[in-house]
Design a protein around this ligand. Structure first.
Ligand SMILES: Cc1ncc(COP(=O)(O)O)c(C=O)c1O
Length: 416
């Protein structure tokens, strides 16, 4: 019955499925006896969804027409579109990024931003370049749009960004396709918490500038950037690396309010496109507005108004930043417990710098290890041949001792 291009599609969403198992275990054995490290949302120490006080109070006080009416434009509210650019590229972006053309489009979360971008820039049959450790939905979006995937090794043997493999894969794709869509998920990479250094970014930018005969569309997935602790000076320096990029390079940031404001279910995000060419940006706006209209039409006005109201009001913004700092501190305390214990236990982990997740590489016995952990009421997410621990949702008291339990499970199957 399905259209030919859609036959064989079946969503295997490992995250939602494992999360369900964890919830069932909680019902059976009680919350205190289960470690549910499957959740990808920020939870507080009482294992409740982290809700910002400022978000709650602003949202509840929005006028009804802001909550129930259609958005003003298909691509989103004007003030929202401006505030997302400022949140990412700083207040002074017009002055500091002079010469660049910048536009934003509101999307249904970061997912909508990535799918709009792949849909509009990947040619049918082409490959999208992804890191080998990745959020699995990227792959599905490529497939949904008639594409395929290629992966670059995210890490080299020192645990740094594997520039050589990245470069080789781009050059390889450049031989066979005109457009190359590339995803770099950074900072607070899912599933590892990896972050690139400024020097690594410089290398990437210097390399892509040498590509003359292809169009490069760099999606920088910044879904978790609000919870990263890279200093502002470095963030500003990285922002400025796009100045002077030739017009065959288009950078599109995928922005997510799910994480930024902890409003996952509201489904708000944005594509923020930056180019040295006005026509490229006009085309971006035209094509993506068309895609918005034909898929979700427009995104909830209330979520956009919520963000714009907080960001435009210095007092509310200060409250938001203050609350956010407490969550960043909480994440770093949780990470510290796990990382310290992992070191004591000699448990290998992938390079973690910040964010919601830590990944333990396991190898071929990964399924056995997961099964063993589940038998002990510890639920984690399988990513390739590793397991992802969502430190975003596990309270400190349950993180204590977790590295040891994981190590024991790994050891159990080591020589099998
Ligand atoms: C790496 C990454 N990018 C993007 C998203 C998109 O999130 P949302 O569509 O809720 O904004 C997620 C969500 O889990 C993610 O992990």
């Amino acid at each position: 019955m399905l259209a030919k291009r859609y036959t064989g599609k079946k969503l295997v969403d490992n995250i939602f499925a494992t999360s369900k198992k964890a919830k069932q275990a909680i019902v059976k054995f009680g919350k205190e006896n289960v470690i549910n490290a499957t959740i990808g949302s920020l939870y507080d120490e009482d294992e409740k969804l982290a809700v910002y006080d400022v978000v709650e109070s602003v949202y509840r006080n929005l006028p009804p027409e802001d909550l129930y009416a259609y958005a003003t434009n298909v691509i989103g509210e004007d003030d929202y579109l401006e505030e997302v650019i400022k949140a990412l590229l700083f207040e002074d972006y017009k002055e500091k990024l002079k010469g660049l053309y910048i536009a934003s489009v509101a999307t249904t979360g970061g997912t909508g931003a990535i799918s709009n971008t792949i849909k509009n820039y990947m040619d049918t049959g082409d490959k999208v370049l992804l890191p080998n450790w990745m959020w699995g939905t990227y792959k599905n979006i490529a497939i949904e749009n008639g594409g395929q995937i290629e992966t670059y090794q995210l890490f080299d043997k020192n645990g740094d960004f594997n520039f050589e493999d990245f470069k080789d894969k781009v050059l390889e794709l450049a031989k066979t396709q005109k457009n190359i869509v590339i995803i770099i998920n950074e900072p607070s990479h899912n599933p590892t918490g990896f972050r690139m250094t400024y020097e690594e970014w410089v290398k990437v930018i210097e390399f892509i500038e040498t590509i003359k005969d292809n169009n490069l569309i760099i999606i920088r997935d910044v879904a978790y950037f609000e919870y990263d602790n890279r200093n502002e000076k470095e963030n500003r320096k990285i922002r400025e690396l796009v100045i002077g990029l030739p017009k065959n390079i288009l950078v599109i940031y995928a922005f997510s309010l799910s994480k930024a404001l902890s409003i996952y279910g509201m489904r708000i995000g944005a594509q923020i496109a930056v180019s040295s060419d006005e026509k490229v940006i006009q085309e971006f706006k035209d094509a993506n507005a068309f895609s918005c209209r034909t898929t979700w039409s427009n995104v909830p006005k209330g979520g956009m108004k919520l963000f714009a109201t907080i960001m435009k009001n210095p007092e509310l913004k200060a409250k938001f930043i203050k609350e956010k700092q407490t969550y960043i501190a909480l994440l770093s305390e949780r990470a510290k417990i796990f990382l310290t214990e992992a070191k004591e236990e000699n448990l290998e982990i992938l390079p973690y710098k910040s964010g919601f997740f830590i990944t333990v590489p396991i190898g071929e016995t990964v399924d056995k290890v997961i099964e063993d952990l589940e038998s002990k009421n510890i639920f984690v997410i399988k990513f390739d041949t590793g397991i992802r621990i969502g430190i975003c949702s596990v309270p400190k008291k349950k993180i204590k001792g977790l590295a040891k339990k994981i190590k024991e499970s790994i050891e159990k199957f080591k020589n099998q």
